[in-house]
Design a binder for this molecule. Structure first.
Ligand code: CA
Ligand code: CA
Length: 110
């Protein structure tokens, strides 16, 4: 991933964390469903663009597309909650990742 892209993700992440006042998964889950305006359980490019702009990040369309690709790890054109989590929460130990995946499988949104 290009360095500037990582930088933008870092900025987006800190904005999200700031605005929710919490790093908690529940808070992130709430953020995610807020961003998922059509309640499909995934963020499409339109919702993602909105999310970036709502958080006041000065990113042009081309960069948003690149960011979207960075979030969309499996390349299906939508950002699932687990993809969102790994991008926003950042590198996690395998153990923590497993806990998160398990938690969200239970909640049926991963
Ligand atoms: Ca959606
Ligand atoms: Ca995806």
């Amino acid at each position: 991933m290009p360095k500037y892209q990582q930088l933008m993700i870092d900025r987006f992440r800190s904005k999200l964390i700031q605005s929710r006042g919490s790093r908690g998964l529940i808070a992130l889950q709430r953020t995610f469903s807020m961003l998922d305006t059509n309640q499909s359980g995934t963020l499409d490019q339109y919702e993602f663009t909105n999310a970036i702009q709502t958080h006041g990040l000065d990113v042009d369309q081309k960069d948003i597309a690149g960011l979207f690709k960075a979030f969309d790890r499996n390349g299906d054109g939508e950002i699932r909650f687990n993809e969102f989590i790994s991008a926003v929460v950042g590198p996690l130990s395998d153990h923590r990742k497993q806990i998160i995946v398990r938690t969200f499988k239970k909640m049926d949104i991963a």
